[in-house]
Ligand binder design. Structure first.
Ligand code: PLP
Length: 417
């Protein structure tokens, strides 16, 4: 396709855009069990209003838009307090979990290189840690080492000790890990890491804006945030269970002084001093304003209400699946993220039937599973999903033709010649 010779009217362009969307997932009706964390029309309206108010601005230069600097500082501070870092932590907003993780790993790498004079460095991660850590290790030229996964799909703190070397820059725990929704043994892992002088990063991209409310609602969540000594950094996505628009995450460091290893400064450019907090140069303002706005719009009260609604859906989902003799939930999920398996059926073929009924979710391997993340709107249709799951377990092809995927389709680029 080429740029059209002549332009079109707003109505025309929007009609074409709408036409392109016919096959897109229907998140307004909660048919998506991933990607979108929908909190309903009122929250949608709030984030859209805040985002559109600043959508043409640029957060690259806070001197031009001091409001964007203030909003970022506020979001970072609110997140830091929520995660019990208090005044001991500082950090930045980033474009997402992947960037927050990259920045945490980069900060640890540069700090430990400076402190210990090592040349390279090692990153130790659980098998279930997000691929963003693998990407970060690759981009930052670190040796990557995996902790093994237990039979029960849990990460075990005892496996950490032998992997920690003198040149280890950071180790990682998830709260919770994406695949099976389980929180790693963070207190135990932090103790092991601390005894070897290594910092622990807690990846709370998924649970950062969910677990605090579950604790308040009386759920039993073992200590997982900055209350645990030895935790030197955390990542938490406002664009997941914080309900902001995409492009909003927070990375935090303890002690505060570590943040100087996160930033990039270049002084020798004819264009002037160039400094950035994260990976981006020109930086969208909309996710910043939407994150700031939704935190104020909901408040703790709103988040507690939405967490309760989400868990109502998640608990009905888990109970419904476990009541089926030919399906089960893998592991023991700590919040609203579950992997559905079967010892009788090809669960991915079962997934094909569910896809044909317009449900969207991710697929996993080892063990094979359908991956579902509940959000508040699923209270509306979790029963319909369970009925369709029962139907799909009874009516599916022998083998699935669709692979377990997560992320972008890069097959064309991978085969480019
Ligand atoms: C989503 C997620 C990430 C990565 O976040 P993106 O915003 O998709 O880049 C990292 N860790 C966990 C546990 C996640 O669920």
């Amino acid at each position: 396709m080429q740029i059209p010779k002549q332009g079109s009217s707003l109505d025309d362009v929007m009609a074409r855009l709408k036409a392109l969307q016919v096959d897109d997932a229907d998140y307004h009706n909660a048919r998506t069990w991933g990607l979108i964390y929908n909190a309903g029309p009122e929250v949608d309206a709030m984030v859209q209003a805040a985002a559109s108010d600043v959508i043409l601005e640029n957060a690259l230069n806070p001197f031009a838009f001091p409001s964007l600097r203030q909003m970022q500082q506020d979001v970072v501070a609110m997140t830091g307090h929520m995660l019990h870092g208090g005044d001991e932590v500082t950090g930045a907003m980033s474009s997402g979990g992947t960037e927050s993780i990259f920045l945490a790993v980069k900060t640890a790498r540069d700090r430990v290189r400076a402190e210990k004079g090592i040349a390279k460095g090692r990153l130790v991660i659980p098998r279930t840690a997000h691929p963003a850590f693998v990407k970060a290790a690759h981009l930052l030229d670190l040796d990557l080492v995996y902790m093994p996964l237990g039979e029960d799909l849990r990460t075990r703190a005892a496996d950490l000790e032998p992997l920690l070397t003198d040149d280890t820059v950071l180790c990682v725990a998830s709260a919770p890990a994406y695949p099976h929704g389980m929180v790693d043994p963070i207190e135990e892992m932090a103790a092991v890491a601390q005894s070897r002088g290594v910092g622990l990063h807690v990846d709370a991209c998924l649970g950062g804006f969910m677990l605090p409310w579950l604790e308040r609602l009386g759920y039993d969540i073992p200590p997982w945030d900055f209350r645990v000594p030895g935790v030197v950094s955390m990542s938490a996505d406002v664009h997941k269970y914080g309900y902001a628009i995409k492009g909003a995450s927070v990375v935090l460091h303890r002690p505060k002084a570590n943040v100087r290893y996160q930033i990039f400064i270049y002084t020798d450019w004819p264009g002037g001093l160039y400094g950035t907090q994260g990976f981006l140069g020109t930086k969208p303002a909309a996710p910043i304003a939407a994150a700031w706005a939704v935190l104020h719009f909901l408040g703790e009260e709103g988040y507690l209400r939405l967490a309760a609604e989400t868990m109502d859906a998640a608990k009905r989902l888990i109970a419904g699946v476990n009541a089926m003799p030919d399906a089960h939930i893998w592991g023991e999920p700590d919040m609203s993220v579950v992997a559905i398996g079967s010892r009788v059926h090809d669960i991915l073929a079962v997934g094909d039937t569910l896809n044909d009924r317009n449900w969207h979710f991710d697929r996993q391997e080892n063990p094979a599973a359908l991956h579902l993340m509940a959000s508040p709107r699923h209270k509306l249709n979790v029963d319909e999903f369970l009925a369709d799951l029962r139907y799909a377990l009874d009516n599916h092809a022998e083998k699935s033709t669709r692979a377990a995927t997560y992320g972008d389709d890069v097959s064309e680029q991978a085969n480019a010649r």
